[in-house]
Design a protein around this ligand. Structure first.
Ligand code: BJW
Length: 239
């Protein structure tokens, strides 16, 4: 099985990866929906912490939760899965992850569908945005331009995805011969729809996950196991 996945990816001229929280799990970053190993949504309420309404209700609580997660990412290192993906120079990396571990592994061509933890932006319409130090993330603070609250630069439930990243992701998935789907439950839309977009355009779908997922029924090749072990094997030609 890993051999056929490797051959499909090596042959592809415009390979694309679509990653989720499972890619960073072996770096010590918690996933959202894993029951075993403490997915975030088994301990915390997404409506309270990952919606604009939750932020309006208690901006300090949400900011403190993101400060904790930002410090976790700052202390983490890219794992073998990130490095294997980064070694594929031609690959477009569409990721739902808000961490910077692909960047730190040296990957280029990264499209962050759900934003990034490394920036804050104003909740008002003034357009202010600022890079933050994830090792020492700031507490809740007001926008220096308009005085409204600053919030993490991520995409919460009910919010639209960044237009540039989404448009580029649809375009890459429509044109690829192989889509490598890594470490995502494929339950969150519209990101999960990219698998169907690629499949309908004729791409082979390769799924790497420790368990079956909503991507399983679309997979041409499904490899069950940790991304940090499987990706260096199936991408060994690039390493
Ligand atoms: C391993 C591993 C290892 C573990 N190796 N594998 C159509 C139908 C139904 C609902 C909707 C729909 N369209 C839109 C919606 C609503 C909603 C949605 O999808 N809800 C579903 C949950 C039902 N979507 C939205 O609201 C989106 N916006 C939108 O659609 O805008 C248009 C609109 C506007 C207004 C009204 C209506 C529509 C926005 C979604 C934003 C998601 N945001 C989050 C938080 C980001 C910030 C943060 O990090 O705090 O993004 S939620 C969370 O889920 C995060 C993730 O990126 C995302 C996906 O999760 P992911 O990455 O798949 O992680 P898990 O935990 O689910 O899975 C991990 C997988 O890894 C598992 O399968 C493990 O087995 C595996 N694994 N270890 C390999 N070592």
């Amino acid at each position: 099985m890993p051999e056929s996945a490797a051959a499909l990816l090596e042959r592809a001229r415009r390979p694309v990866s679509l990653s989720g929280a499972g890619l960073s799990a072996e770096s010590g970053i918690p996933t959202f929906r894993d029951q075993l190993g403490g997915g975030l949504w088994s301990q915390y309420d997404p409506a309270q912490l990952a919606t604009p309404q939750g932020f309006s209700r208690d901006p300090k609580l949400v900011t403190e939760w993101y400060r904790w997660r930002r410090k976790l990412v700052a202390d983490a290192e890219p794992n073998a899965g990130h490095h294997a993906l980064a070694a594929c120079a031609e690959m477009v990396h569409v990721t739902q992850n808000v961490d910077d571990l692909l960047e730190r592994a040296g990957a280029r061509n990264i499209l962050h569908l759900h934003g990034v933890l490394g920036r804050d932006r104003c909740i008002g319409g003034c357009g202010f945005t600022e890079a933050i130090d994830m090792a020492e993330p700031p507490p809740l603070r007001a926008c220096p331009r308009c005085g409204k609250w600053l919030r993490p630069g991520v995409v919460w439930f009910g919010e639209t995805l960044p237009t540039d990243a989404w448009t580029a992701a649809v375009s890459a998935c429509s044109a690829c011969e192989a889509l490598l789907v890594v470490g995502t439950s494929a339950t969150v839309y519209p990101a999960a729809d990219l698998i169907r977009v690629a499949k309908q355009a004729g791409a082979k779908i390769l799924v790497v996950n420790t368990a079956t997922s909503e991507a399983s029924h679309l997979a041409d090749v499904e490899l069950i196991g940790p991304a940090g072990e499987l990706l260096p094997k199936i991408l060994s030609w690039a390493l």
